[in-house]
Design a protein around this ligand. Structure first.
Ligand code: PLP
Length: 483
């Protein structure tokens, strides 16, 4: 039943039949525009097409069908009300050129939604202003570090380095390198946090910025974060906050209050919007007073007499980072998500995300080695399959493959890099205890099976169309041609 549409093709079969028209055919295209060979399209019925694509879609793991505990990704439920609003014709059919054509009187509602979102983000993070234009977290990072560069250039500071902890997401050092800084990596201490003494040793006048994720990618909040900010500032280095893990602290702690100068948020993580498989994203960047003047072009302004308008860029504006407003409808969805939660709801969201992760940590800890067993975690918890590998030859990847057969998306494996055979689990606040218990039971089953019959793992997953592809080959020399 899983043949391709080409294999199903039958000469003369049609998807749609319409009666012969009584009007004349449209004039033929100029011969120079016509192809001289047949298009080689499959000839199939409507049902063939509908069933073919429905079957393919059922082969996808998706948040609407499966638990998706990917750590560092925040794969949460996407409320249908926000999809509904995001799809409203008045928003979805807006033309981006309403912006450049000086027709802002036609899009006052859209602009007010952007301004409201910007204000909400400022309130949530404690920053002074936001640009909504970057289209992903990594895009926001790049902008943030470029603005940091502009700040130092304007002050005549001679800076060469960006400091990152060894637990950082790969995009942090990559961004710093792309903006032409040299990267200094600081080791984590035994508690999983960037070690303050080690940090102090590498801090100098030549450091432009320190990039931190808080809580970090181990799901741990560095208790020295304020001290780190203060020390960095004493050298006129700026503090960059990677906000991908905001799901743990929104409504509870504000990076701006701690002392961060610039922050990106991943709206497609913390503020819902499907992003598995690389869907559209939004990575707004917030700044404090040191960086405000460098914000990129396209800021919404408001005055009583003019209503909403586009602000003239500041003379130190670093330019444009995106066409128009990036992924506008992702911004709309994030706004709807925030407004439906409200302030109390948002605080609850963080608390439940943290509670769910700690529940999993406590439940699995007796069975599988926790990377940091003596601490509470924040919104995600990290385990290591190292002991199973040593004793039974079962790796983190084997556990991940096992789970697939039980309708569970695999957790993040082999990241963060500083934990051997790491398995990183983020349940989010949107999963109930039944789902979480089911997941924990399958994890425990996997560990038991590893001990009793490690050979069995070779076969998992048994139920999916593809079981264990050569992943390097699949990435480097993908061949998805039918013939
Ligand atoms: C996801 C993530 C990023 C990158 O964000 P994208 O939106 O995927 O570009 C950066 N840092 C951390 C900690 C992340 O989890």
């Amino acid at each position: 039943m899983s043949s391709t549409l080409f294999e199903k093709s039958h000469v003369g079969r049609k998807g749609i039949n319409i009666p012969k028209q009584s009007v004349n055919d449209a004039p033929k295209l100029d011969a120079s525009l016509l192809r001289d060979t047949k298009a080689n399209l499959p000839e199939v019925s409507e049902f063939d097409v509908v069933r073919h694509f429905t079957r393919l879609s059922n082969k996808n793991f998706s948040i609407d069908a499966n638990f998706y505990p990917l750590g560092s990704c925040t794969m949460k439920y996407n409320p249908k009300v926000q999809e509904r609003v995001g799809g409203l014709a008045g928003l979805a059919n807006l033309h981006p050129h309403h912006i450049t054509n000086n027709q802002t009187h036609l899009v006052q509602g859209a602009l007010s939604s952007l301004k409201t979102l910007e204000n909400n983000l400022c309130e949530i993070t404690g920053m002074e202003a936001f640009t909504l234009t970057p289209q992903a977290g990594a895009h926001g990072e790049m902008l943030g570090v470029m603005m940091i560069g502009a700040y130092h250039k304007k002050k005549g500071n001679n800076k060469r380095y960006v400091i990152v902890p060894d637990s950082s997401h790969g995009t942090n050092p990559a961004t710093a390198a792309m903006v032409d800084y040299d990267v200094i990596t600081v080791k984590s201490n035994k508690d999983g946090s960037m070690d303050f003494e080690a940090f102090k040793e590498v801090m100098s006048d030549e450091v432009a910025a320190v990039m931190m994720t808080a809580p970090n990618t181990l799901g741990l909040f560095n208790p020295a974060v304020k001290k780190i900010c203060d020390l960095a500032h004493s050298y006129d280095a700026l503090m960059y906050y990677d906000g991908a893990n905001m799901n743990a602290i929104m409504g509870v702690v504000r990076p701006g209050d701690i002392g961060f100068d610039v922050i990106h948020l991943n709206l497609h993580k913390t503020f819902a919007t499907p992003h598995g498989g690389g869907g559209p994203g939004a990575g707004p960047v917030g700044v404090g007073n040191k960086l405000k003047e460098f914000l990129p072009d396209l800021q919404v302004g408001f005055s009583e007499e003019k209503g909403y308008f586009f602000d003239t860029p500041h003379q130190n504006c670093i330019g444009k980072i995106s066409p128009f407003f990036g992924n506008y409808l992702v911004l709309v969805r994030a706004l709807v998500y925030m407004q439906t939660l409200g302030k109390e709801g948002m605080i609850n969201t963080s608390k439940k995300a943290v509670l769910n992760a700690n529940y999993i940590l406590a439940k699995l800890k007796p069975h599988l080695k926790a990377a940091y067993p003596n601490q509470l975690c924040m919104h995600e918890c990290v385990f290591s399959a190292e002991d199973l590998t040593k004793e039974y030859g079962i790796k983190a990847m084997d556990i991940a493959k096992y789970l697939l057969d039980f309708g569970l998306h695999a957790p993040t494996v082999y990241f963060p890099l500083i934990v051997k055979e790491s398995i990183m689990i983020e349940p989010t606040e949107t999963e109930n205890i039944d789902t979480i218990d089911y997941f924990c039971q399958k994890m425990i089953d996997a560990v038991e099976l590893a001990k009793s019959n490690p050979e069995a793992f070779k076969e998992f997953p048994k139920t999916l169309p593809i079981s264990r592809p050569d992943e390097t080959k699949a990435a480097r020399s993908l061949n998805i041609r039918w013939q």
